[in-house]
Design a binder for this molecule. Structure first.
Ligand SMILES: Cc1cc2nc3c(=O)[nH]c(=O)nc-3n(C[C@H](O)[C@H](O)[C@H](O)COP(=O)(O)OP(=O)(O)OC[C@H]3O[C@@H](n4cnc5c(N)ncnc54)[C@H](O)[C@@H]3O)c2cc1C
Length: 487
């Protein structure tokens, strides 16, 4: 087993098997590092939306968190209203309020690597041993479904340029023979299970070198990259304008500090903030790494472990036509990178690469770190050395990035999200205790190809709840991810 895998196994054991680690997450810190996606000029027009002025005191649904999950949930609710899945209220539109602790979309979605990369077949064997063959197919099928739905939305709304969608595929480099044989085994098992896997191309190390200048065997898959914050912004604006009987309100810089029973006879929950109380009937927790702040029973090894990721934007030292155009990962997925499309006026400059990873060089793998106001120098050193080592001659040794930032991921023991009604596993209480509260969180650093559709699931549950209909699991969704199953 390669060294990083052994170290990860040890760090994972400490993170996910030590029952004494049950301290709930903090709220998002108020002064995060500056990320390329959020802090590029003009990138976040909704940054401070609804942060001052009147505060909304009543809503049908309160979504906590304005990342891809929260805004996707609001978007799917708006679609349900437009379709008429929720009966029209007699005297007012259905009101959905999004509360965001910091600037709009300033959590993981505004700080990640920008990849929209379904795993296609990678990890199939691990899924099969966790959940069995049918759920393994669904777990990976969800990612293909999610990516396809996002790309369909982007194309149909004409957002391709607005969100910088790049459709050049994805390449995974295998640094060790065991990674390579593991991937081949995943491929064979997925094929045997009947998965259709078009567009997969295996390259020997000689072929990879000839094509890309890197001496590792690899596999080419479908995949995309984009500017996640811009996608979420477009989705918010679309949801807001969707239907006359749907009202969407955003309050940024307004952390939800606690939730209690509502004093209002017509509402279930009271969401407390420093600006006042919001009474509502349904709550969607889209707080990802910070979920346990409001739901302390979700802290620790059986819940959601905040885990800090680090990313940088750095220039290659060769022109654009001498560099790869797809997105990449390598070293067991620890590092991931892709070249940004040239910005207007920037065409002559060498390409800007967004590179993330390096956690494996920190003794604790950055588990239980919820502070994205700082970078980790050990991780930073590892990232600075990475690309010059993998693509000799294409990156300056010891080159300094233009920007370096952190963000907080939400890891779970099984690396899969919790989706569905909030459940307190210790009490096995699915019923009254959290009635009307839902969660979609815990994507374990792999949320872009999952969050949009997991949010659609919880939105669907809320719609069923409001309209008194029965919620059915769609054929593309793995029941194994449901809170009611995983409890
Ligand atoms: C450094 C890094 C790199 C990553 N790279 C990739 C990648 O390349 N590909 C990929 O698929 N995934 C990647 N991920 C993971 C991916 O970004 C996440 O899975 C996804 O963005 C999660 O979206 P979300 O909306 O659930 O969470 P977030 O985007 O974190 O949104 C949660 C929001 O809730 C807010 N919030 C929290 N608590 C409260 C509260 N009490 N009150 C009000 N608001 C609150 C937060 O401020 C935040 O804005 C990466 C993550 C990080 C951090």
């Amino acid at each position: 087993m390669p060294t990083s895998a052994v170290l990860q196994l040890n760090a994972s054991k400490v993170a996910f098997e030590d029952p004494s680690r049950t301290r709930p997450s903090s709220l998002p810190v108020p002064d995060p590092t500056r990320s390329f996606w959020i802090d590029s000029p003009g990138a976040n027009p909704l940054a401070g939306e609804g942060s001052d002025g009147a505060f909304t005191a009543d809503a049908d649904v309160c979504v906590i968190g304005s990342g891809i999950t929260g805004v996707s949930a609001a978007y799917h609710l708006s679609l349900a209203v437009e379709r008429g899945d929720i009966p029209r209220l007699a005297d007012r539109p259905l009101r959905v309020v999004i509360l965001e602790a910091r600037d709009f979309c300033s959590g993981a979605t505004g700080r990640n690597g920008g990849h929209l990369t379904p795993m296609v077949f990678l990890d199939f064997c691990a899924y099969q041993s966790k959940y069995g063959t049918e759920q393994a197919i669904r777990s990976l099928g969800l990612e293909n479904h999610n990516a396809a739905e996002m790309v369909k939305l982007i194309r149909s709304e004409g957002w391709t340029e607005a969100v910088d969608l790049v459709e050049n595929g994805h390449t995974t480099l295998f640094f060790t023979p065991s990674e390579f044989t593991g991937a081949k085994a995943d491929f064979a098992a997925a094929q045997k299970a009947g998965m259709i896997l078009p567009g997969v191309r295996w390259l020997t190390k000689e072929e990879t070198y000839a094509k890309y200048g890197s001496e590792y065997p690899s596999v080419e898959l479908g995949g995309f990259n984009l500017w996640p914050l811009k996608f979420v912004t477009q989705m918010y604006q679309l949801a807001k304008a969707k239907a006359d009987n749907f009202e969407l309100i955003l309050h940024t810089r307004t952390p939800a500090t606690s939730i209690s029973r509502s004093a209002s006879p017509s509402r279930r929950w009271a969401i407390h903030t420093h600006r006042g109380v919001l009474d509502c009937s349904h709550v969607i927790h889209a707080t990802n790494a910070y979920a346990s702040h409001l739901l302390p029973h979700m802290a620790g090894p059986t819940g959601i472990v905040p885990t800090r990721g680090q990313v940088m934007a750095l220039r290659a030292s060769v022109p654009r036509d001498e560099l790869f155009k797809c997105s990449w990962d390598g070293n067991e997925g620890f590092e991931y990178w892709f070249p940004r499309p040239a910005a207007v006026g920037d065409e002559a400059k060498s390409p800007l690469i967004i590179l993330g990873g390096g956690r494996e060089d920190d003794p604790d793998f950055e588990y239980y770190q919820a502070d994205d106001s700082a970078v980790n120098p050990i991780v930073g050193r590892s990232l600075r050395r990475f690309l010059p080592g993998v693509f000799p001659g294409k990156f300056e040794k010891d080159g300094e990035p233009e920007l370096e930032w952190t963000g907080i991921m939400a890891f779970t023991k099984l690396k899969d999200p919790f989706v569905g009604p909030v459940v307190d596993r210790s009490e096995l209480a699915v019923g009254e205790k959290f009635k009307g509260q839902y969660i979609s969180a815990g994507y374990s650093g792999h949320g872009m190809p999952r969050a949009f559709s997991c949010a659609a699931i919880v939105a669907g549950m809320v719609v069923a709840d409001i309209s008194g209909s029965r919620w059915e699991v769609p054929e593309w969704f793995p029941e194994a991810f449901l809170t009611t199953t995983s409890a």
